[in-house]
Design a protein around this ligand. Sequence first.
Ligand SMILES: [Zn+2]
Ligand SMILES: [Zn+2]
Length: 335
Amino acid sequence: MMRNDKRHMLDGASRTSTGGWLIATSDSTNMGKRLGLEGDHGTCPACKVGGPVYNDCDPRWTDMGKSVLVEGARVYCQCKEKPRVFASQYTMSSEVVSGNVKGAAAGADSKMPYTHNNLASRTTTPDAASLAAYEADPTMICPNMTNAEFYAAVMRVRDIAVAHMEARLMELARWSESDKDKVRIWFTNATPDIRKRLREGITRIRKISLSLTEKNFERFSEEAVRRVGCVPAAGKGDEPAWASVCKSDKTFAIFIGTTFCYLHEEKRNYQGIIENVSSMTTVFIHEVSHFPAAMDTVDRYSGIKAARLLAKLRNRFVIENADNIAAYVADVPNW
Ligand SMILES: [Zn+2]
Ligand SMILES: [Zn+2]
């Protein structure tokens, strides 16, 4: 069922149901306050962690390529019940579509961050017409979405990944027993050397991630990989069907294969806990970590499950294995 309505927009004065604040980042303002955009951070005094804020509907109004936040949005923090964000002003509103795929997913039970799940609606096989369009148009990045949808998704994924990097950097600075345990899951040891390598490496991955724009992402093709200085056939490691990079490429191009297009942006279970599988977020971190200016990681072993097993087996290469870095940064939990 499609239903259009209007909702007040959220801004830097918006409070949450746990007494937190929305850190609004849009360059657009209303009465001197910045408007909020999807992916902006919401603080949370209840869990003391906070998290990205996402709508439970689909506002028509976008800014800097992202949807504006409207009342009803939730903070995807560590709390079991995700806090709501309330409007602080009643002069600006956006028309929203409810009851579409996004709205339906969030309607009855909004525990799930729908923007992380809305790709579920795109994970079905594209129809024959979309596939034919994808075959005919080499500029089309994914067969199951338009390039505009892909760019919006991948920039959202970048923001989710950066929020994770900031959380891990905070933990590496704090260095409590549970912070060390998290490092041991993926890197066997929580030595000063491992801590230093992670702090410096994740700082560099974050910086490169923030510098990426939609121009950094393109459809995988052998010609494109050659253009940035690699020989596709000779390179082992990444499966081009997922995503790949050329390590010597100073422009940080990330080549997208069709498998990537069908992943969840971030895979969470019904309780909001991140699942032990690859997602666009883990693949994004994996790829950026490969660049020598990031952590110069390699693909000795691939897969999140293999990464955990290797750490258990005290494999000495875990600190340079891309999937170990990806799983740690993406906060795949210890079960
Ligand atoms: Zn919370
Ligand atoms: Zn790789």
